[in-house]
Design a protein. Structure first.
Length: 174
């Protein structure tokens, strides 16, 4: 999945109001992000972007230059470790409070690098509906990377209990 985050183009002096609306910029820059669920799809996406940009630009007698920086690899959980994490969370919170049907997420995470070396599971601890926040701190659920994000301190005990249970399960004999 990719998305364009910014588009910027040239500008010209405005001798008369509105005159710059029909002036074509010498260059335009698009910046964005690409995320994928596998390295193969990541590579296909880069190749496709390069091909499409070159062909569209070429159709207009222009050129396109792409700088494709892979900041984070896909975050891919290990199946066995995910099952272990799910069992621990269900023991701490109860099966009815653990979501296994949530949509996949394309997290751009440092943890993805760790998962390349050591099997593991990247999971979320739900932060609630946002009822714990002060009224002037934004409404609705606490979504990461939001200006109204406020961690629900009441979940610290739940998170700590999960980690203890996970370690106990991992170290248990047999």
């Amino acid at each position: 999945m990719g998305q364009v985050a910014t588009i910027s183009g040239g500008s010209v002096p405005r001798p008369r109001r509105g005159i710059d609306m029909n002036v074509i910029a010498d260059s335009v820059q698009l910046k964005g992000t690409v995320r994928a669920f596998s390295d193969e799809v990541f590579a296909q996406t880069e190749q496709g972007m390069r091909r499409i940009a070159a062909q569209v630009a070429g159709a207009f007698g222009a050129t396109a230059e792409i700088t494709f920086t892979r900041n984070y690899p896909p975050t891919i959980n290990d199946h066995t470790q995910t099952e272990l994490a799910l069992r621990a969370m269900k023991q701490v919170c109860g099966s009815d409070r653990v979501r296994t049907d949530a949509p996949l997420t394309m997290a751009a995470e440092d943890f993805a690098y760790m998962l390349r070396v050591k099997p593991g599971c990247y999971a979320f601890l739900g932060n609630g509906s946002g009822d714990h926040r002060a009224p002037d701190h934004g409404g609705g659920p606490c979504i990461l990377h939001s200006t109204s994000y406020d961690f629900n301190d009441d979940l610290i005990a739940t998170g700590a209990s999960y980690w203890v249970r996970l370690v106990e399960s991992y170290l248990a004999p047999g």
